[in-house]
Ligand binder design. Structure first.
Ligand code: GUN
Length: 292
């Protein structure tokens, strides 16, 4: 069994991005600039956004954090999105999700200029991704592809089971794993209503678990020699930690790991790669790699 070290891989990639940024700066170009909008005080969102700002520093990017209280109106938030769309000093920006219930996430996502949508959530980027055109690819699926590539884990023609069908992970992951230029795999998507979920998992060469249920993937669901990618990051109470919680993946790591060829830990697997791929998308935005 080999552990897929997302933390070390992310550090390597950030160093590569930083070297490219310093080269850009030495050629007289300005640093890539990522802006983030954070609404309210959700603990998970606060941590994610803080880590995104720190990753910008590590990559030599400029970053701007715009914070608003959770009683702002949808109209006000859409105005802020409009301002970032128009600001030529901002290469890309994100609106951290989830948003308060009175604000339509879909309306906000669609208000973002797709050329600055480094999260890859805008329907234009989602559609272009689905048909294999150049675009921003959302960070978690892109990070998983990068881990599979850097660890030289074969995917072509292999059976890949994806657990979960969210817009952020499950759906784009399925699109990418099936495409010839990325995974080139046989893809099966299972979700909360799948009757044959366990049987599908048992036949899988690769399982990508993104359902948010701690320990859901158990040893009896895993074929010996499989590759397991764990996207779960559920906060579970833990009195022994200063924070009062720990992160738990979707996989029963202790019992599944000995069976696998490759497995990602939680934390330190997919999580660090997600933020790193947001940096990669921001560098692409600054270089206008996909759009003018
Ligand atoms: N909330 C959870 N993951 C993400 C993400 O990748 N981007 C944004 N904007 N919000 C999130």
């Amino acid at each position: 069994m080999e552990l897929i070290d997302g933390k070390a891989t992310a550090a390597e990639i950030k160093a590569e991005i930083k070297a490219e940024v310093e080269q850009m700066v030495s050629q007289g170009k300005r640093r890539p600039h990522l802006a983030a909008i954070l609404v309210g005080h959700d603990g998970g969102s606060e941590t994610y956004v803080k880590n995104k700002v720190l990753a910008c520093e590590a990559c030599g990017f400029q970053s701007t954090l715009l914070r608003f209280e959770d009683d702002i109106t949808e109209e006000f938030l859409l105005e802020q999105v409009g301002k970032l769309n128009e600001d030529p000093s901002v290469d890309g920006f994100i609106v951290q999700l989830p948003l308060p219930k009175h604000i339509s996430e879909q309306k906000v996502i669609e208000a973002i200029d797709y050329r600055k949508d480094v999260d890859g959530f805008h329907p234009i980027n989602v559609g272009r991704m689905a048909i294999g055109l150049p675009c921003y690819i959302s960070a978690t699926p892109k990070g998983i592809l990068e881990l599979l590539r850097r660890y030289q884990i074969p995917t072509s023609g292999r059976r890949c089971v994806i657990l979960g069908r969210s817009n952020i992970v499950g759906k784009p992951m399925a699109q990418l794993m099936m495409q010839k230029q990325y995974g080139d795999s046989t893809v099966i998507v299972c979700h909360s209503h799948s009757k044959t979920l366990k049987e599908e998992c048992r036949q899988a060469d690769i399982i990508i678990a993104a359902i948010g249920q701690p320990g859901f993937v158990t040893a009896d669901m895993v074929k010996p020699g499989a590759t397991i990618i764990d996207v779960g990051t559920t906060r579970v109470p833990d009195a022994t930690r200063k924070s009062g919680f720990r992160l738990s993946g979707d996989v029963d790591f202790q019992h599944v790991a000995p069976l696998c060829d490759y497995i990602t830990p939680v934390p330190g697997g997919v999580g660090p790669m997600t933020i790193c791929m947001l940096m990669s998308n921001t560098l692409a935005a600054a270089r206008k790699e996909y759009y003018d």
